[in-house]
Ligand binder design. Structure first.
Ligand SMILES: Cc1ncc(COP(=O)(O)O)c(C=O)c1O
Length: 391
């Protein structure tokens, strides 16, 4: 056993795919201490900086004092606390749906929702670049998975024409693609979902809080809220907390409560987390949230343009996820290590997170970054990119 594991580790290491975690100190602010040294943080999904906001910390500590630190069991066992219900109602208002159901994380949501809605004999059409938790949810469901080329609505139409048979049909997509920062073609997907009487599920982990009026997400940004059956979102990214939700019609909520194994068989979110999420939802819809989003979008435009001026190929997407494609996994990791040595902490992303040959540096911006910090980052990224022949 241990010999085969060692061989596997050696193989991962030899192909530049060995992963390990880094010790950091401090909050997810614009700078963080990595291995004892202050570095510019360019790889956190804390887009609005809410993870360190005093309003969330206050709400969380008050909830811990009043309601304790655990929910004690699954909600079907020890009950729904008032904070669960309050947060679900707040999510439903935020996403303008009939109701919502909480999940313990985005991963738990996707692996819980999809198998609750489809199973053997059903078909799921999934964008090729969807998040791994969606893929795992489809595999768990036992439904037939058909992956369509990234954001290619015409190709999806052809596949649906050929493949839609008996059983339920689900189209599932990221709203903002987590490793590319581009947006789903929601209008085209809604049209197809109507044509083929399919369900449409959108995972808006990275759009919620960031895009659209009051941060309502990618669908709101694109003006496409009608026609999405399941709007999944998370609290662990722009909302600075933890957990996830499905914003859905009442009948879908009922079926999820009865069929989602990650909802049924797992202790529910604890009061301090629920209270932080509630505070975050209020914040993103308030003028302060609007200000943070405005600041973030200015920084996003500035950083994308500056990289472009320095010779990088950067799309014009409105999101704080900015990939710099390198290609080879080992070169990517070496690039990231060189940047860290110069005080820039960003992550190299390799297969299986992204397709082979598309390893990349994934830069993520936060409203708390300054122009000076971004200038410094671009300078070092350009310097190390040039010395590796990437530019
Ligand atoms: C698109 C997408 N969906 C789901 C998840 C999982 O969410 P969580 O981190 O809350 O488990 C992520 C997290 O990286 C994601 O990027």
């Amino acid at each position: 056993m241990s010999q085969t594991i060692q061989q596997e580790l050696l193989h991962l290491s030899g192909s530049g795919l060995l992963r390990s975690t880094r010790m950091i100190a401090g909050r997810q602010d614009s700078t963080v201490t990595v291995d004892g040294r202050e570095c510019l943080l360019l790889c956190s999904n804390n887009y609005l900086g809410l993870a360190g906001h005093p309003a969330l910390a206050d709400a969380s500590s008050r909830a811990a004092c009043l309601f304790g630190t655990s929910s004690g069991a699954s909600r079907l066992v020890s009950g729904t606390m008032a904070l669960h219900e309050e947060l679900e109602q707040a999510v439903a208002r935020f996403k303008q749906t009939e109701s919502a159901l909480l999940f313990n994380s985005g991963y738990a949501a996707n692996t819980g929702i999809i198998p609750a809605l489809v199973g053997r004999g059903d078909t799921v059409f999934s964008d090729r670049l969807n998040h791994a938790s969606i893929v795992d949810g489809i595999i768990l469901s036992g439904a037939k998975m058909i992956r369509y080329p990234h954001n290619d609505v015409q190709a999806l139409a052809r596949l649906m024409e050929r493949q839609c048979g008996k059983g339920r049909v689900l189209i599932v997509t990221d709203g903002v693609f987590s490793m590319d920062g581009d947006l789903a073609e929601l209008a085209g997907l809604i049209e197809l979902k109507r044509r083929y009487a399919a369900f449409l599920m959108v995972d808006d982990a990275h759009g919620s809080g960031v895009l659209g009026s009051q941060g309502r997400g990618t669908a709101a940004y694109l003006g496409c809220t009608e026609g999405i059956d399941i709007q999944m979102g998370t609290f662990g990214k722009a909302l600075g907390s933890y957990g996830a939700y499905a914003a859905v019609p009442d009948e879908v909520r009922k079926i999820l409560i009865n069929r989602s194994r990650s909802f049924i068989f797992s202790t529910s979110l604890p009061p301090p987390v629920l209270a932080a999420s509630l505070a975050a939802l209020n914040m993103v819809q308030a003028p302060e949230g609007e200000e943070l989003r405005k600041r973030l979008h200015e920084l996003v435009q500035y950083f994308r343009e500056k990289l472009r001026q320095n010779g990088f190929t950067v799309a014009a997407d409105p999101t704080p996820i900015i990939p710099l494609i390198v290609g080879d996994a080992s070169v990517t990791m070496d690039f990231a290590s060189a940047l860290l040595a110069d005080g820039i902490f960003l992550q190299g992303i390799r297969p299986p997170t992204v397709p082979s040959g598309t390893s990349r540096l994934r830069c993520t911006l936060m409203a708390a970054h300054t122009i000076e910090e971004l200038d410094r980052a671009v300078e070092w990224i350009t310097f190390h990119g040039r010395s590796r022949g990437i530019l």
